[in-house]
Design a protein around this ligand. Sequence first.
Ligand code: TH1
Length: 812
Amino acid sequence: MDLRQGIGLRKLGKTADEFQQDLLSNLYYRRGTTVESASARDAYETLSLTVRDRLAERRARTAAAHYASNPRWVYYLSAEYLLGAQLEQNLLYSGTGNLAAEAVKALGFSLEDLEDLDVEPGLGNGGLGRLAACLVDSLATRDIPAVGYGIRYDLGIFRQIITENGQTELPDDWAFQGNPWEFPAPDDRQTVGFYGHTEPVPGSPDRKVWVPGEIVLGEPSHMLVPGYGTDTVNIVRLWSAKASEASFDLSRFSAGQYAEAVQEAVRAENISKVLYPDDSTELGRELRLKQQYFLVSCSLRDIIRRFRLRNEDWSEFADKTVIQLNDTHPTIAIPELMRLLVDEYELDWSKAWEITRKTFAYTCHTLLPEALETWPVRLIEKLLPRHLEIIYVINMLFLREVGAQFPGDQDRIRRMSIIQEEPERRVRMAHLAVVGTEAVNGVAELHSKLLRETVLDDFADLWPAKFQNVTNGISPRRFIRIANPRLSDLITEGLGDDSWLRDLEKLAGLESLIGDASFRDRWQSIKRANKVALAAGDPDSLTDVMIKRFHEYKRQQLKLLHVVTLYQRIHANPAGDWVPRTVLFAGKAAPAYHAAKDLIQLIATVGATIAADPVASPYLKVVFPSNYNVTLAEKIIPAADLSEQISLAGKEASGTGNMKLALNGAVTIGTLDGANIEIRARVGEDNFFLFGLDAYEAAQARINGYQPRAFYEHDAELRAAIDALGSGAFGDVGHRVASSLLGWDEYLTLADYRAYLDAQAQVEEAWRDRDRWIRMSILNTAHSGFFSSDRTVADYAARIWRVAPVPVPHED
Ligand code: TH1
């Protein structure tokens, strides 16, 4: 039998009876248990395998179609993936939700019970990791041959517990009970070198031999990434570090030195032990650089192995391969590909450089100076000696090009060099990423513009065509269909079918339903039902949501000042006609980011004070659920009325929570920052509460010598709020937060306070006119279609990757 003619599989069951039989067979043969003794865990594992089988069958057909067409591939390299829970998504994408519900019922369980056992792999920090997950979803949905490469951290982002003492972190051993969604592939393991030295190759001046001092194995496993409404199933391939046999020291073990015997093996396996819990901050630790090189080395070898399955000639490599770098974290891939091509495959430097530059593209996700990675030259020299040599050659040739374009402009050469000289010599990874790629993009219009005008201005002068914008997006399947089934059903009914889930601009059709009073009523009842389900506060109150990582630039402190002012106003006039509000905060702070952790603690303490206060608590409630993650976001977002997007303009590259909330009918209060600008342009100025300085005004305020005290002194309400925080009633944290605001206030919180409170007054006015509010809510959903990650992927495919879809033939 020719297995490539069709994939030669027995058909999986399509009816309820057949699905049931498949489930039973998995229960007996793969789980090794029986109906009588099946626990919920057994049922969960068995159901997951049964659903996975359906996707695996599509996967086999996808691989056959891809093999036959030998297409141009997209490889997405990312240190983080926040994939979210898998069961519900895979039920939806395989179309087996109803069959599954029936089948597990017969076993004595409900689907909801089993979904509660489905742990999300927390292999990322926030927006950057979740973006990677949305993009791989949309790549499959758009039938683009793609693999996402990442690291399989044993411990994901920490589990967070919030108390009045602030945030406590616990390890997240997410795969402790196993993970039914992944396929280990130990036979595709790779060998990764570190440390050591290089030796010249006589007669080949460009080549070197690298003799590593440490060897670590990379073992892959993959998870299936199905497309929605298509037969394509792509994969994400995640690498685990494993010690080689040689690293176990048998002689020490025999001598009773047990700890010493395994010490080298432990060191090797530590590489993929834990995700660094830092978001938008740089952390120059050796282990982090090891993780980056580990990901890159394993993935590039795998990419080359896959290329060579169907191709022989290196001159085709860049035509068949595009590698997208998700921020600078995988940028060491540029010198690594040069090393492989020049040292191992013996290509000329210039040929190798042409291939390398054409193969890579770079997405930058930030403007914050502290998030722009640089690595000490000494560290790279020690850990990756050959790569440093290659970086030096790349830099020399690059600076020669700059010198030719701008003769005598020494200052420009110093600014653009890949090597920073002062105060210590460091490698600027963003410069390396720009020099070694064909395209560079920011993640929202404003961000891409500021990249060209500020941090990368010299590069934009040199290569204007290289710089692009690709505005971020979100998966409508996960962030409305799965998160908000009630609203999704209403939309499907209103639009006549569910094709909007693959073509989100169709939501614009909701605008014509806005005049229908019963549609508006149902819209409102659904929002209320979602609030009841969330159970975070009075479902009739204004649910005011700020969910994101804690960072000073995002300005949770501004929201806190608003809460304190509301509290004080209610106290000053208990009989006033107050709009009841539930303010919901959720988010994690990096464990070493003390100012952010202070804010968490202060918010929790202020919240408890308000809850204990009989005057204010009927109108104002602060809730702070623990452990914000994708699963919790999916519960909060459908219940939100107001979306807080209040970063200092020019600091939030894009934001993606802003898109998820607008899509679910929350109205935004926000600054002219990141993708907020594009959201406002689409949903309309009347359906967005704008306030605050713009990015240019903010930069100018800093230059003009911003004085937070002046705002404090001139605004009695602001003064009262800060004084309350610093009064001692909230302990040392209150003092620290108040004095940091008055002392320096890096993110101009006080400058935007009054404008923010005025905008909040407009929010309350709109909320009191319930019909107006519902119309605003519907218009937000109706005009969020642009923010589908399917559109984002289409943009990358057309303008950066130049790839075409490869459809997978459908089989009934
Ligand atoms: C985030 C940005 O802060 C956010 O605005 C954007 O929407 C998101 O990326 C997706 O584009 C970033 N996350 C990180 C994480 C690290 C370093 C830099 C950034 S920027 C570790």
